[in-house]
Every structure is written in C-alpha cells, then in structure tokens.
Write a protein that binds this ligand. Structure first.
Ligand code: ATP
Ligand code: MG
Length: 475
C-alpha cells in the first residue's frame, strides 16, 4: 500500500538511501563485462556507448554492425594509388624513352646524311619520282617488326625483308651496311636520289629510304620470282628456263645496264652485275637490282679509281688489277652472266674443279674449239644452236681481258636484240641471208672470236638499221 523504490536502469545500490556512495550508483558496464561492445566501450551515466578504433567501420555493437576493418576499400585504395603511381612513373619513363628515341633517330638521321638528302630533295622539287624518306615506324609496321619470317635473303650488303606498305605496295626492304664515313654517306645519298629517279622496266625501282635507323634502310619494288641464279642452278631449280626466256632475260638485262651507262642523267656503273642480282618477276621479266656498290661517274670522267668491289667470278680482271673503274667492268660481269645462260653453270663452282672459274673455263674451251661440249644440253636444240653459238661468241667478246676490246653495253644490247628479231622475222634469219653478207655482218664468226673493231662496229650499225626498220614496221 506504500511505495517501493528501485534504482534506475544502469544504477545499482540502495534506492532508499541518498548517500552518494550507498544510494543508487552508476554501474560501469564497461568494467563489469556486461556490455555488448565489440571493440571499445565508453561508460556514461546510467548506460554505455560503443565505438570502433580509428580506421574501422561500424557502430561498435556486437548485435549491430560491430567493427569491421575495411580490407576491400583499403586494398582498392592501395591498388588505385599504386596504379596511379605506376601510370605516372611509366608515363615519365615512356616520355623519356620517346625523347631519347627521337634524339637517337635524329642523330642517326644526321649521321646517315638525312640533312644532305633533304637538301637534294629540295633541289629535285617538281620531280614526281624523287626518293621518299620513310619513317622507321612505317617500315616496322610493313615488315611486322622485321620478323624473321619476312627475310627474303641475306647478301653481302645486308638483309632483305619482304614488306607491305599501308597503301598495299609490296616492297623489299634492305638493311644496308655502311659506316659513318661522311664521303660514303654523301655517295649513298646521291645514289638514292639518282636511282629513285630511274624509271626503267628492267631496273628494280627504288622507292626511297629510311635514315632514322642505325643502318640506312632501302625500300625497293618487290620482285616475286627469285633470282636468275636460282633459275639457272640445276640444284636449286629442276625446271630449267627455256632458251627463249634466257635470251629475253639477256636482252632485258643488257638494255637496263646500257640505260644506266648512257641514258641516265649521270652514267651509273653497277659494279655488281651477276645472276644473283638479276631478279625475275612472275613472267620471267628481268629486273636488275642491287645498286649498293654502284658508282655515279661524273660526265667529264671516264674512269674512277675506287676500292675494288664486286663478286668473285664476275669481277673484271683489269679492274681488279688497276682499281680503275669504267663501264667496261659491267660489260665483263654481264659477259659472265651470258656464259652462265648458255652453259647453265655457275660463275664459280667449287664442286667442279675443272671449271671452278666459269669465265676462264669457257674462254679456254672456245679456244680449243670445244664450244659444243660446254653449251647447256638442257636447252640446246637444232633450232637454236645458231643463237646459242652467237650469244657464246658475244659473251667471249664481253669477257676479254683488255677492257678496251670489249663492246659497249649498248652494242651488246643491240646485238642481242638483233638475235631475237632475226628469229621473229624469217626474212631476217641468218640462213636466209647471203652467206657472204652474213659473215660480214657477224664479224666475230669470220675472225674466230671477233677481234676487229671495224667489223664489230659495222655489225652494230647494220643491226641498228634493222631494228629501226622493224620499229617502222610496227613491231
Ligand atoms: P650481294 O649482296 O653480294 O649482292 P645478294 O644479291 O645475294 O648478294 P642481296 O642483294 O642482299 O644479296 O639480296 C638477298 C636476297 O634478297 C636476294 O637473293 C633475293 O632473293 C632477295 N631480294 C633482293 N632484292 C629483292 C627485291 N627487290 N624483291 C624481291 N626479292 C629481293
Ligand atoms: Mg644482290
């Protein structure tokens, strides 16, 4: 019937007393372990509160969200930060690398005569065919980063890669080897500038070059059917080229070399004529390649002294002994190619001791009247034996030791053209001509191997007239 006292929740003691120590006193839940805090407990008057240590997330109550360490967020944060730092550092490195690459490319460009090249190009303004300067990136893309599988071959002057430019032009890219000699570089640039302007269907077109690389890269037209050497060599090709094709290749090559010697603005001596440098397209059309060693001869000079360069077996002996280079050195080398065409043998063959040097073996066979023994039996027929014989005699004239006695390339080309046209026109066939006139025209037959220059010039004059007549005739 009276009243009853109780302490408020969170207080403990004698509710009937008001003494601060004996009456209702706040319970420290945090100390007596009755709290429901997961990490931190804070006692307050009549109650307690929970909290989380710094860095933790949650309300701190066991039956609430508790205290959780934000692993995900932190790892995400760390990753983002790391990524940011990584991106920043790599951008810095990339920028640095690009700058050094740019500087290196600039250095190579200057070292490879790029400024001189630009000067030359400036002078050639208006020429549609002037050399193009390719960037390294362009050529890297074209060759799939100079992929090993794109290698077409390796020669004395570098490695050749097959490539496709963005406009789908099929190209052969040659990594040439030249040192940093300024004179050599000037010559190289001149050659690039002149050769890129040569537009002859039987000369491999030089599209341009790239000078940003340590060694300059040359970009040529791609020729798809290998080299003449591969087609002649019985070990490399089971199906020998027919005589008609061989003769046409000889004519085309002779025309191209003759053009380089005389028709181009500055005479160009190829210096490395050989069957490996005569490329063939899918129609067996010849394309003379590899002007890496070629020399431009100033018009007022007929001979230039150079370091002897060329390929064994094709090298003009006179040039080898004197170092004096002129057009006749190319005539000699071409003569050896003619010998290869008529005999089907390689210029140098270490497997055949008796004819290691084909030119020498050929000359001595002719001297001993053994021509028929060395002609290529795979193509020799009754119908063409006369032509083979005449080409053999012409080859003999080309490989004379004394350069002055060799015919010029123009004369060689005309004599070969004459052989083809004689075949085309029955009225021009040798057997149909008066034998006397025939002997007169083909002076070399009259005197064995043709050594009188007077008779030789008559031959060419006659043939020239004949060719001119054929053109009028609509050939
Ligand atoms: P050298 O350097 O003594 O002339 P080589 O003629 O054998 O020797 P390269 O001119 O470097 O060497 O050519 C190597 C090979 O690359 C050639 O044998 C040929 O097969 C290929 N090649 C060169 N130029 C072209 C081209 N324009 N198109 C297609 N293939 C080519
Ligand atoms: Mg070559």
């Amino acid at each position: 019937m009276g009243y009853c006292c109780v302490c408020k929740e969170g207080f403990r003691g004698n509710p009937y007393l008001s003494h601060p120590d004996l009456g209702c006193k706040d319970i420290n839940e945090c100390d007596d372990g009755k709290h429901r805090c997961s990490r931190r407990c804070h006692n307050v008057e009549g109650n307690y509160t929970c909290s989380c240590p710094p860095g933790y997330r949650g309300d701190g109550y066991i039956d609430g969200s508790g205290c959780k360490f934000p692993f995900m967020e932190i790892s995400l944060g760390i990753s983002v930060a790391f990524l940011f730092v990584f991106t920043f550092v790599s951008t810095l490195c990339w920028g640095h690398k690009q700058r050094s690459l740019k500087q290196l490319r600039k250095k190579y460009f200057e070292q490879n005569g790029g400024n001189y090249m630009l000067q030359q190009m400036y002078q050639q303004q208006g020429h549609t065919d002037r050399a193009k300067i390719f960037s390294e990136d362009e050529l890297r893309t074209a060759t799939n980063n100079f992929d090993e599988n794109r290698i077409l071959g390796r020669g004395g002057q570098g490695t050749v890669y097959e490539g496709i430019l963005p406009d789908n032009t099929h190209v052969a890219i040659k990594k040439s080897r030249i040192g940093g000699d300024p004179r050599q570089i000037k010559d190289f640039i001149n050659e690039v500038a002149v050769l890129s302007q040569i537009n002859h269907r039987n000369v491999v077109k030089l599209f341009g070059c790239c000078l940003e690389t340590e060694v300059p890269l040359l970009v040529y037209e791609y020729v798809d059917n290998g080299t003449l050497l591969e087609h002649i060599d019985p070990l490399k090709n089971e199906h020998p080229l027919s005589w008609e094709i061989r003769l046409r290749i000889a004519v085309e090559t002779a025309e191209a070399i003759s053009y380089l010697h005389s028709a181009a603005a500055i005479p160009i001596i190829h210096r490395d004529i050989k069957s490996a440098n005569i490329l063939l397209d899918h129609n067996h059309r010849a394309k003379v390649s590899d002007f890496g060693a070629s020399r431009l001869v100033p018009l007022d000079e007929t001979q230039v002294t150079t370091v002897v360069q060329g390929t064994l077996g094709y090298l003009d002996p006179e040039y080898l002994l004197t170092g004096q280079l002129n057009e006749k050195s190319d005539v000699y080398s071409f003569g050896v190619v003619l010998v290869e065409l008529v005999t089907g043998n390689k210029a140098v063959d270490f497997n055949k001791p008796e004819q290691r040097n084909l030119a020498m073996h050929f000359a001595s066979s002719l001297k001993e009247d053994n021509l028929w023994e060395i002609l290529d039996k795979r193509v020799l027929h009754q119908k063409n034996e006369e032509q083979l014989k005449e080409v053999a005699f012409l080859a003999r004239k080309c490989i004379r030791v004394n350069g002055e006695e060799r015919p010029t390339m123009k004369e060689v080309a005309m004599e070969l053209e004459g052989l083809i046209s004689m075949k085309k026109h029955p009225w021009g066939k040798r057997e149909d001509m008066m034998s006397e006139e025939c002997e007169y025209l083909l002076g070399h037959v009259a005197d064995g191997y043709g050594n009188a220059s007077a008779s030789t010039s008559t031959v060419y004059d006659s043939i020239q007239r004949e060719v001119a007549f054929e053109i009028e005739d609509g050939r």
